[in-house]
Ligand binder design. Structure first.
Ligand code: FAD
Ligand code: NAI
Length: 467
């Protein structure tokens, strides 16, 4: 191949793309990253993981101060009030610090940021703002954006109907927010606005919340969120919306069909999933087609069927999660550099950052049975965990699923205040091929929430202590 401008060009600077670019540069490759946003970090840092977690944290603090949790422990906060602008300001500061941090890391690692929208000219040339840049290898890491709902038009700039980007910057607490979609975004952002004082109704097409999670977790989710005051309309779909004088009128009907009714709201959050960003890449120029879901198909090494073109993150099949994209970013750069980059897609944790958190890794019980395993599982309630009980965090459980013959851990599902942290130990155990006995005989510090993981593993053998 003739001399190229770069060894590697990465398109997109989200968790997948920026990590791929930094690792490629660390491995000695001359690297550029094309990003059209004004700041680096992609969906996750700008309008996803980070701002949503800032608001989840802020709204939890408000909820604890205003609604009694602190008072129970004798901390009396009088006249608690909400300064929404200050909360939004803290969120923006976190986003600014973290996106600025990626810019610093690009400079430190000598990754060139090409600002603008990239599209293919051929398999080794990307056009950005009318200028061509060449590279031996090109990584597509263009991420995803919100799936639109026909008949429900989103206006994130001050409109009543918003998607997650708009719901992260509402100028005031709505009186009634309707969330369309009882998945991860709907429950996280619905929780934020519920805690800040809104009445929140979640309209979900399926008969349970949180698709993809273990059935026991999904059943419990409905109880937990109802207890917190979220109104749930399951097995229901939204078929249209009109907006007038700052109010939306939604038409809803049973998912299976039936009589329609209307519902009013002064804020509507559309959160029915995300779809890959591939429009505008001019994939036709390199003969690369997307699959039925609009995703770019790849092999085990993240290579597309076009030589020298790779793809990672939300724009390829699999879970749409930042840490999955990051691990794929590392692996693709290592593969391009001639090393061996692998991601074990069977062990990717998922966490919903509500309070309590919902987390899982590996197979659900149903999936394990479907895969031909004879399964043994045990659910240890957080009520029986001394630390959770002491902290007055009674909701949830740890469920461990193991193969009945080999005892190998196949999956774990946790509802607990610290589920997102607790799931990491099960993920690591699964990476090492652990049995439930391995976890049960690992000494866990007392008193910690993680002891519930040990007890669940002991329960798989039939011998838990504290229940
Ligand atoms: P993205 O982060 O989407 O980045 C792709 C980048 O490519 C974008 O910046 C885009 O501008 C750029 N781009 C696209 N096309 C072009 C082009 N042609 N030229 C130049 N640039 C281009 N995941 C978690 O794991 N944990 C969470 O807590 C979490 N919270 C979330 C909360 C919300 C509200 C949302 C919406 C998502 C959340 N996610 C979370 C999902 C997470 O954000 C994504 O899985 C992750 O960002 C995917 O990374 P990516 O690199 O594949 O793509
Ligand atoms: P989702 O796939 O999690 O949930 C969408 C929900 O909408 C589903 O339950 C689906 O049944 C429902 N739905 C679809 N059409 C509907 C309709 N017409 N009416 C009513 N309900 C309908 O998608 P979500 O919440 O938009 O999140 C997108 C992605 O972003 C997730 O898949 C996740 O990967 C990522 N994300 C991850 C987070 C985390 O890791 N904590 C936080 C936020 C997002």
């Amino acid at each position: 191949m003739a001399e190229t401008d770069f060894d590697v060009i990465v398109i997109g600077a989200g968790p997948g793309g920026y990590v791929a670019a930094i690792r490629a540069a660390q491995l000695g490759l001359k690297t550029a990253c094309v990003e059209s946003r004004e700041t680096l970090g992609g969906t996750c840092l700008n309008v996803g993981c980070i701002p949503s977690k800032a608001l989840l944290h802020g709204s939890e603090l408000f909820d604890e101060a205003a609604h009694g949790t602190m008072a129970k422990f004798g901390v009396i906060a009088k006249d608690v009030s909400l300064d929404l602008d200050a909360m939004m300001g803290e969120k923006m500061t976190a986003v600014k610090e973290l996106t600025g941090g990626i810019e610093f890391l690009f400079k430190k690692n000598k990754v060139t940021w090409i600002k603008g929208k990239g599209s293919f000219v051929d398999a080794s040339t990307i056009k950005v703002d009318g200028k061509d840049y060449t590279a031996k290898d090109i990584v597509i890491a263009t991420g995803s954006s919100v799936t639109p709902l026909p008949g429900v038009e989103v206006d994130n700039d001050g409109g009543v109907i918003v998607d997650s980007t708009g719901a992260l910057k509402l100028p005031k607490v709505p009186e009634h927010m309707v969330v369309i979609g009882g998945g991860v975004i709907g429950l996280e952002l619905g929780s934020v606005w519920r805690r800040l004082g809104a009445r929140v109704t979640v309209v979900e097409f399926l008969d349970k919340l949180l698709p993809g999670m273990d059935d026991d977790v999904r059943k419990e989710a409905a109880k937990v969120f109802k207890k917190q005051g979220l109104e749930l309309k399951l097995s229901t779909k939204v078929t249209g919306a009109t907006v007038k004088d700052g109010k939306a009128t939604l038409t809803i009907e049973p998912s299976a069909g039936g009589d329609a009714e209307t519902m009013e709201a002064d804020a509507v959050l559309v959160a029915i999933g995300r779809r890959p960003n591939t429009d505008g890449l001019n994939l036709e120029a390199i003969g690369l087609e997307t699959n039925q879901r609009g995703q770019i198909e790849i092999d085990h090494d993240f290579a597309t069927k076009v030589e020298g073109v790779w793809a990672i993150g939300d724009c390829v099949p699999g879970l749409m999660l930042a840490h999955k994209a990051e691990d794929e970013g590392l692996a693709v750069a290592e593969n391009i550099a001639g090393e061996v980059g692998i991601v074990n897609h069977a062990v990717i944790p998922t966490v919903v950052y509500t309070m309590p958190e919902f987390a899982g890794v590996g197979m659900t019980e149903a999936a394990a049975k479907e895969a031909g395993h004879t399964v043994k599982s045990f659910k240890f309630p957080m009520m029986a965990n001394s630390r959770a009980k002491t902290n007055r965090e009674p909701d949830g459980f740890v469920k461990i699923i193991a193969d009945a013959e080999t005892d190998r851990v196949l999956g774990a599902w946790i509802i607990a205040s610290l589920a997102g942290t607790m799931i990491a130990q099960v993920a690591q155990a699964m990476e090492f091929g652990a049995t439930s006995e391995d976890i049960a005989y690992t000494c866990h510090a007392h008193p910690t929430h993680s002891e519930a993981v040990k007890e669940a593993a002991m329960g798989v053998k039939g011998l838990p202590i504290h229940i």
